[in-house]
Design a protein around this ligand. Structure first.
Ligand code: UD1
Ligand code: CA
Length: 479
């Protein structure tokens, strides 16, 4: 099939009551309109054109890989199609016209619609459905033989037409050449003063051109999102669909209702997703990895058998068998090699941590290149920013960074070198050397007995441990 898709997404979506245009609202980390683009692509559409208008730039920025055409004044769905006339000139064949706010439409349904039009030779085949409460929708009027005679918009219904329950889903397959040859016949003589695309049914019927309809098997699939209530409804359905597909492919989720996975995420076999996990964007998780609880991964890759616990990853890469968290934050460009570790309260950005290297506790690693088998002690910080520019830290294979080392970049710690705990290292430490920067410790014999006893007699906490001890030069006791 080589249909082209035209997706109408220029409307504001007033019922969303939002500063964000309707089709930009996200479900599982992707804008609404993206689901429609994906369905069209999966249905075999080679070319996809999106009509933008309201907050056009914001919508276009979400669709960088898709062709967009502007409709500067939103004069109705028919007018939106008129705006695509130049872009689609010369195109012959099936043109799917879709709404940008129907994220539950499935590719198979669209392919079925195209197939039906092409086998029937109709000028238009439209997707309909039956609803218990059809209010708000355009109604399908059929003649005595069951042929589609017209679509009447809710606001234009005659009193007796309110009983009609078959509705227009806003999903159409046109013969493109026939559509554009007759599009100028649309007028704005209706309750809303708009060019209704739906009036093409009557135009074609007047010309003796065939119009057919495909009733959707599942009315839910055609849900149009007009309010935040419907946004949540659609999100629920998509979450269920996506999670079910992954579970059937060998992913464990103990509570699938507490796992949110975007449509472009790929998961291996025996991946385990614990509750409160969010996997968005182009995230991938390889076989046997365990994610969660409480983790959010966006555009990140996790290797086989890795473990991510209660952490946030954005554009990060975690090697096979590596371990992240609890409470780690891996920011863009963080790369952990095989078997590496980023532990409790560790933040890493634009840095590579080599295979089997460990950053287990309370560290910030930025703009660093860390070799293999390195141990980074608790509280270590790469001081990468001098207020104006970022600088690099290099730690070569097998180095040992003492706890609470400040690595003042640019700085290099050589192969197998060691830094002393509590040092501010601002000069390179050569391979195998010790770098230490620390005032020498003073030990005052008998200090505790004299000072603590004296204080106790003044009624000050006698049992204060070492942290209660004062420097012997300090004379104030007024606290
Ligand atoms: C439309 C149909 C109605 C159908 C319903 C299904 C018409 C006249 N009516 O009504 O029969 O039952 O969809 O959901 O087509 N848009 C533009 N430019 C415009 C106007 C709309 O791009 O000038 C876009 C909107 O962004 C939206 C889509 O077209 O994605 C549908 O528009 P909307 O205003 O929601 O139409 P409905 O009133 O729902
Ligand atoms: Ca120090």
């Amino acid at each position: 099939m080589s249909a082209t898709a035209l997706i109408l997404a220029a409307g504001e979506g007033t019922r969303m009551k939002s500063a964000t245009p309707k089709v930009a609202h996200a479900i599982l980390g992707e804008p609404l309109v993206r689901y429609v683009v994906d369905a069209a692509r999966d249905a075999g559409c080679e070319r996809i054109v999106v009509i933008t208008g309201h907050s056009a730039e914001e919508v276009e920025n979400l669709l960088e890989d898709v062709e967009c055409v502007r409709q500067s004044d939103q004069l109705g769905t028919g007018h939106a199609v008129m705006c695509a006339r130049d872009s689609l000139s010369g195109f012959e064949g099936s043109l799917l016209v879709l709404s940008g706010d129907t994220p539950l439409l499935q590719a198979e349904t669209l392919a079925g619609l195209v197939a039906m039009r092409e086998t029937s030779g109709a000028a238009l085949t439209l997707l309909t459905t039956h609803l218990h409460d059809p209010s708000g929708y355009g109604r399908i009027v059929r003649d005595r033989d069951g042929a589609v005679e017209a679509i009447v918009e809710h606001k234009d219904l005659a009193p007796e037409q309110h009983e009609l329950t078959e509705v227009n889903t806003g999903t159409y397959c046109f013969d493109a050449a026939v559509l554009f040859a007759h599009l100028d016949r649309l007028t704005t003589q209706n309750a809303q003063g708009e060019y209704y695309l739906t009036d093409m049914v009557q135009v074609f019927n007047d010309e003796g051109l065939l119009v057919t309809a495909l009733p959707a098997e599942d009315p839910l699939e055609t849900l149009g999102v007009n309010s935040r209530v419907q946004l949540a409804e659609a999100a629920d359905v998509l979450q269920g669909r996506i999670n079910t597909a992954h579970m059937l492919m060998g992913v464990t989720m103990i509570s699938p209702g507490l796992v949110w996975i975007g449509p472009h995420v790929s998961l291996g076999r025996d991946v385990e997703l614990l509750p409160m996990v969010f996997l968005f964007g182009n995230t991938s998780v390889a076989d046997g990895a365990i994610i969660g609880p409480n983790s959010r991964l966006t555009d990140s890759a996790v290797g086989e058998d890795a473990r991510v616990d209660s952490s946030v990853l954005v554009e990060a890469t975690v090697g096979p068998g590596a371990s992240v968290g609890p409470l780690a934050y891996l920011r863009p460009g963080a790369v952990l090699g095989a078997g590496a570790k980023a532990g409790m309260c560790v933040e890493i950005k634009t840095s590579r941590v080599g295979a089997n290297s460990k950053v287990p506790h309370l560290s910030y690693i930025g703009d660093a290149l860390i070799g293999e088998g390195v141990n980074v002690g608790a509280g270590t910080i790469t001081c990468n920013y001098d207020g104006a520019a970022k600088h690099a830290t290099v730690i070569e294979d097998g180095a040992f960074i003492g706890s609470d080392t400040m690595l003042v970049a640019p700085v290099r710690i050589g192969r197998g070198a060691v830094t002393g705990a509590g040092s501010a290292i601002s000069r390179d430490v050569p391979a195998g050397a010790l770098g230490i920067e620390r005032a020498e410790q003073r030990t005052v014999e008998g200090w505790a007995a004299t000072h603590r006893v004296a204080r106790a007699s003044e009624g000050i906490e006698a049992n204060a441990g070492p942290s209660g001890a004062r420097d012997e030069t300090e004379t104030s006791d007024t606290d």
